[in-house]
Design a protein. Structure first.
Length: 111
């Protein structure tokens, strides 16, 4: 594996590209997986246990699986705040998060 020096650091994209090669699909998957890991920090308790990121639509809309309609309603009311809290995480990943869709049908009890 190539050693990455701090002087070579040009952002998270550069590190991911060096580690994974130039496979764009794999890079996109790694960025999204990294983004999803911050869900608990962004929404806080108890929503981190009752909802989880499920996927992305067209790279700008996050689909979130929710345990119940009540969770969907509460997160929908907080959507702008959640997107704003996600801003520091999406910027280094070069992901443009514009919207969120909350869906009960995507929920599965096993995380």
């Amino acid at each position: 594996m190539k050693e990455i020096l701090y002087t070579d650091f040009k952002g998270i994209d550069g590190v991911i590209a060096n580690m994974l090669g130039q496979d764009e699909i794999l890079q996109k998957a790694m960025k999204r997986a990294t983004l999803y890991k911050f869900w608990a920090e962004v929404v806080g308790k108890p929503f981190d246990e009752k909802s989880k990121p499920h996927g992305m639509i067209q790279g700008t809309t996050m689909v979130v699986a929710c345990e119940s309609a009540a969770v969907v309603q509460e997160l929908t009311l907080r959507k702008k705040q959640i997107i704003k809290k996600y801003a520091p995480y999406v910027k280094p990943l070069n992901i443009e998060l514009k919207d969120m869709v909350f869906d009960v049908k995507k929920w599965s009890a096993d995380k």
